[in-house]
Design a protein around this ligand. Structure first.
Ligand SMILES: *Cc1c(COP(=O)(O)O)cnc(C)c1O
Length: 385
């Protein structure tokens, strides 16, 4: 075990040991390793059973029919399939897509690719709380709008969208509603029926499952059409070909079953951890909240440390794993497009750190991070004077 404290759960989570145990049963000769598409022997049939069990576990968490779950390599691929697949399949009806400037790059860059393909995109700017309002969406809707894509929980801020209200407006305008819910699994309720979701992107590794597996929920009634991006054996009802990764899928299924059973309890515990961190910084001057904690999941907290360079702070916090509010390009350090997008001033954005907590975070981890933070801040501020 290393001594470092991991506060970067929004980047990825460790695999829950119970998930790893399930996965290990689907790799070797002794386990159920066969190709789930093999129809000519019992071993293939058993593998198919494993995949279908996991499909039910994922469907159950979001209140879907298992036939509405399409396995992908992750949320990135699910976002690509949702946006490109839907816009291409529905181009006769309209060419307009509405999304926001603080979506994950998997949506932002895909929407840009659609623009290059001749589709029209409206880019909404959320408020300082990291949320697009229903009124903003209503104003952006056009006669030729066919799809609205707005994320469930923002990965840098933790802000939660009012999906039910936003989906209702999309539907009133005759458009379908897609949400990237990679950060929401086990953190917020995700019942697709209640919320009115038509397409939902999911990822295994943000919810204590393995990397390299995800899914797209595709509503069956009314029928939502997406054109395949990956062609081959016609797996997943023709929407996504490729041999199913039995061990990854079994792991994601178990992770989602655990999220359904334990997500709420995890989040209740995490509220106390976040508040412990905030309380520990209360007497420190110049600490600003980029996260509006009233409308955010408790496991993500984005803070700006006025007058302190985020990268230097990160360096000084060597044994605490965190993310900064910036992105390093080859030429320069640029503030995060998300922080810029909600109007955080450039200097503050470059002074920002994202703390994200999870199932295995302890109060001792928070205290360790607080001590390291106080020490680092004192050092950096002293040097600045
Ligand atoms: C991590 C993440 C993704 C990408 O998911 P992968 O499974 O790693 O492809 C997409 N959207 C959001 C909001 C994320 O946090």
């Amino acid at each position: 075990m290393n001594a470092s404290v991991y506060l970067d759960y929004a980047a990825t989570t460790p695999v829950d040991p119970r998930v790893a145990e399930v996965m290990s049963r689907h790799l070797t000769q002794e386990g159920i390793f066969a190709n789930p598409a093999s129809r000519s022997h019992m071993l293939g049939w058993q593998a198919e059973q494993v995949v279908e069990m996991a499909r039910r576990q994922v469907a159950e968490l979001i209140g879907a029919d298992p036939r509405e779950i399409v396995w992908t390599s992750g949320a990135t691929e699910a976002d690509n399939l949702a946006l490109i697949g839907f816009m291409r399949a529905n181009r006769a009806r309209g060419r307009h897509l509405v999304t926001s400037i603080i979506e994950h790059k998997a949506v932002v860059d895909t929407a840009r690719a659609l623009e290059a393909e001749g589709f029209d995109v409206t880019w909404l700017t959320p408020g300082r709380d990291g949320r697009v309002t229903p009124d903003q969406l209503r104003e952006a809707m056009r006669r030729d709008t066919v799809l609205v894509s707005l994320m469930a929980v923002n990965n840098e801020l933790g802000s939660i969208h009012d999906l039910a209200a936003l989906a209702e407006i999309a539907h009133q305008g005759g458009a379908a509603f897609h949400t990237d819910a990679a950060q929401a699994v086990g953190r917020t309720p995700l019942a697709v029926g209640t919320l009115g979701i038509d397409l939902m992107s999911l990822s295994g590794h943000k919810a204590y499952g393995p990397k390299g597996i995800g899914a797209l929920y595709v509503r069956r009634s009314p029928d939502i059409r997406v054109e395949a991006l990956i062609h081959g054996g016609g797996h997943e009802r023709g929407m996504r070909s490729g041999t199913l990764a039995t061990h990854q899928i079994a792991g994601m299924g178990e992770a989602f079953a655990l999220a359904a059973a334990e997500g709420e309890a995890d989040q209740r515990r995490i509220v106390a951890l976040r508040d412990r961190l905030l309380a520990g910084l209360a007497d420190h001057p110049g600490v600003h909240r980029n996260t509006d904690t009233d409308v955010a999941v408790p496991n993500i907290l984005n803070l700006a440390f006025e007058g302190v360079d985020g990268e230097s702070l990160l360096m000084a916090l060597r044994d605490v794993a965190l993310s900064t509010g910036s992105a390093c390009n080859s030429a320069s350090v640029e503030p995060s497009y998300v922080l810029k997008g909600i109007g955080v001033p450039r200097a503050l954005a470059l002074s920002s750190l994202r703390f994200s907590f999870g199932r295995f975070t302890t109060p001792a981890d928070i205290d360790h991070a607080l001590n390291a933070l106080r020490h680092a801040l004192d050092g950096l501020r002293r040097r600045a004077i």
